[in-house]
Structure formats: structure tokens, C-alpha cells
Design a binder for this molecule. Structure first.
Ligand SMILES: *Cc1c(COP(=O)(O)O)cnc(C)c1O
Length: 390
């Protein structure tokens, strides 16, 4: 049996024995160009030697100890993240949804600690995606995520992205914060206007609200900066990270400014695995590689090159692709044909991409792709468009 979602995404009988850089080797004996990176996760490519080394070295020493003892790797990774972001402190967990849960708890705890426990509500945006836990599906503002799971968790008010007046009107004496993805990833690579994000920052400052960015998909180099907020000239108070942070090893982080972080006192939150030595070794290696001189410049150049080539294809096949969206290597093709059809045709031509909302095909290649791989992708895309337009 093929599940409906999987059949839209890739044939369920396709699996992979091995990955190497931007390629995956299928059990059908074929080599595939990986343009979805496990949903923006394996951003340094498969089997990156430095990641494999960090993982195997740590695994041969100590994998897990729990947070009952100090974990030096946590202190090191927290310092690296703090040094490279707006944040003053980091908390570690195992997934994106957990990182968002931590951020949402931080928003509530901040006001509770500061004598305003009645302020607990968060303004979030329609058509967002924040994970699959009960709090994060309630935060997302999509009925399809809530369907079948009883009354949604209380504490979220939804408004349309880009409508600053609607945000203002949604603020009540119970409002504590605003949560937004700088680019709605699952929603179909919907780039939020930078000006809207700056207006949110200003509004939060005026109203004394906390601003939280979900950078689980946009972060860790995807847009050509370590985090997408760096493009904006403003910063959030709280930010979640996961996906590419571990390049495939499950790890998440919630970062915060000091005034918020200090409210999370001993015992207020926790996780058995969160920040274990293995996760810290791998994520530490990822951050080291991504903060090397020239790494982000190269991602930006690669993104420019790919987007330029894609514009050409969009222009030539308007009956297949309506629009190119995105920033850096966080890209989407809004389709005229059914997005699943383009994905399936691309698979035939040896390229793997991912489905997104709003009939979008998401292009999330590893950040390390080279010119030859971009050309290989463009050739496959042209062939697929040729087939679908005839
Ligand atoms: C993937 C994603 C999540 C959820 O992360 P999980 O690791 O699947 O829990 C949350 N928010 C955004 C923006 C994401 O892209």
C-alpha cells in the first residue's frame, strides 16, 4: 500500500542505500541528484567526511550521559551559536517541533516571571507550519493539521501574513508574543515581505511583546546567511533551529535574548536526550563548517546562479511553471501543472525534489552543490517541462 502523501512525493518503492555529497544511490540501481536534502536537512551533503568523523569519534567515546551532568559539547555549541547570532543563550532538544515548544514556553514564562501571567497568547499566521505536536499544530493556523485531534490547544490567534493592521487588531491585554517563519517553507516557499517583518519588530517593541522566528527551515545557511533574519537588519527575541543544524542527526535548538533566557530557571524545562554528546559533536561540526570564511558567500553565489538559470526555464515553459520563489537556496517553483506531476517527472530524469503547499515544488539542494550539478538539474527540469507542456 502506498500512502497518499508519499505517492505524491516519491514512489514508495524507492529507497536508498547510500548518499554521497549531492547524490543518492537508489535500490533501483540509479543515481539521483538530491534537490530536497531530506527536507532542508542534509545541507552539507551526504556522508560529509567532517560530519562522519565527528559522529564516529564521539560515538566511540560517549554517546549519552543525560543532563544530570555537565556536557561540555553543549557549552561549546551554545557559545558558537551565541557568537554567531543575536542570542545570549541556547537550549538544546531533538527536533524542530520541540524547539518551537521551548520557544512558546519561554514566551509564557517571560510574562509569568515578570508579574503578568495573564499574558500568554501568541499571534501566529495562517498557512504556517511549526511542527506536529499539539501546541505546534495549534500554532500553525491550518485546519488540516488539527483535523481529528480534538479541541486545539488554546493560546493562538491567527492573522494573514503581511497584514500589519490585522496583527495590531489581534493584540489584546493577553497577548504575549508573535511567532512567524521568515519564509513559509511548507506553505510553499512564501517569502514574507522584509518590510512586514521589520514592522512586526517595531510593533512588538511598542507593545512590549516578544518576537519569535521559526528558522527551522530557513536557518543554517539555507538563504545564504546563517539565519534568515540577518537579511533584515532586525533580530527576533527568540528563534528556533533544527533541520540542517545536525545535517541528518536529530537535534534542535531554541535561542533567546538574555531577558527571556533568564526566566527559564532550573527545572522549568527539560529533555532526556536533548543536547546529548553525540548531537553536540555533530552540530558543532556543522556550525564550524558553515561559519568558515567564504562559506555563505559561496551559498549566495550558488543561489544566484541557480535562480538565474531557473528564471530561464520559467520563461520558456509558462504552461508548466508559473513563478520562481525564494531566497538563496530556499526555492520553490509555483506550478501550473499539478506539483506532484512535475516531481514524478523529475524523478524519471534522476532528480529528487519536495512537495510544498500552494502547488509548489520545493528545491532545497544541499548548499554544497556545484556548477555541474546545477547544470544537470536544469537539463532534467527542461526535459520534464518539455514532457509536461506537450
Ligand atoms: C520542519 C519544520 C518544523 C518541524 O520540525 P520537526 O523536526 O519536523 O519537528 C517546524 N517549523 C518549520 C518552519 C519547519 O520547516
Amino acid at each position: 500500500m502506498i500512502s497518499p502523501l508519499l505517492s505524491n512525493y516519491a514512489p514508495a518503492d524507492l529507497s536508498f542505500d547510500k548518499g554521497e555529497g549531492a547524490y543518492l544511490f537508489g535500490n533501483d540501481g540509479r543515481r539521483y541528484l538530491d534537490f530536497f536534502a531530506g527536507i532542508a536537512v542534509t545541507s552539507l551533503g551526504h556522508a560529509h567526511p567532517k560530519i562522519t568523523e565527528a559522529l564516529s569519534k564521539q560515538a566511540s567515546n560517549l554517546m549519552h550521559i543525560s543532563n544530570l551532568f555537565r556536557i561540555p559539547g553543549q557549552e561549546e555549541l551554545a557559545k558558537k551559536l551565541v557568537d554567531n547570532t543575536f542570542a545570549d543563550a541556547a537550549y538544546f532538544c531533538n527536533s524542530g517541533a520541540e524547539a518551537n515548544e521551548c520557544g512558546l514556553k519561554m514566551i509564557r514564562k517571560y510574562f509569568s516571571t515578570n508579574g503578568q501571567p495573564e499574558r500568554y497568547r501568541v499571534i501566529a499566521f495562517e498557512n504556517s507550519f511549526h511542527g506536529r505536536t499539539l501546541a505546534t499544530i495549534a500554532a500553525a493556523g491550518q485546519d488540516k493539521l488539527l483535523e481529528g485531534f480534538g479541541p486545539p490547544m488554546d493560546g493562538f490567534d491567527h492573522v494573514p501574513v503581511g497584514d500589519i493592521e490585522a496583527v495590531k487588531q489581534a493584540i489584546t491585554p493577553e497577548t504575549a508574543g508573535v511567532l512567524i517563519e521568515p519564509i513559509l517553507g511548507e506553505g510553499g516557499i512564501q517569502v514574507v515581505e522584509p518590510e512586514f517583518l521589520r514592522q512586526l519588530r517595531k510593533l512588538c517593541d511598542e507593545e512590549g511583546l516578544l518576537l519569535m522566528f521559526d528558522e527551522i527551515q530557513t536557518g543554517m545557511g539555507r538563504t545564504g546567511k546563517l539565519f534568515a533574519y540577518e537579511h533584515l537588519g532586525i533580530a527576533p527575541d527568540i528563534m528556533s533551529s533544527a533541520k540542517a543544524l545536525g545535517n541528518g542527526f536529530p537535534v534542535g535548538a531554541c535561542l533567546a535574548v538574555e531577558k527571556v533566557a533568564v526566566c527559564m530557571t532550573v527545572g522549568s524545562h527539560g529533555s532526556t536526550y536533548g543536547g546529548n554528546p553525540l548531537a553536540m559533536a555533530v552540530a558543532g561540526a556543522v556550525v564550524d563548517i558553515m561559519t568558515e570564511d567564504g562559506f555563505m558567500e559561496r551559498v549566495q553565489q550558488t543561489g544566484n546562479h541557480l535562480r538565474q538559470a531557473l528564471h530561464g526555464v520559467v520563461d520558456r515553459y509558462p504552461s508548466v511553471i508559473e513563478e520562481l520563489r525564494g531566497v538563496g537556496l530556499h526555492l520553490g517553483l509555483k506550478c501550473k501543472v499539478e506539483n506532484g506531476a512535475l516531481i514524478q517527472t523529475l524523478i524519471k530524469h534522476g532528480v529528487l525534489t519536495a512537495k510544498g503547499g500552494d502547488n509548489v515544488v520545493r528545491l532545497l539542494p544541499p548548499l554544497i552543490i556545484d556548477e555541474a550539478q546545477i547544470n544537470e538539474f536544469i537539463t532534467a527540469l527542461e526535459q520534464a517541462c518539455e514532457e509536461l507542456s506537450s
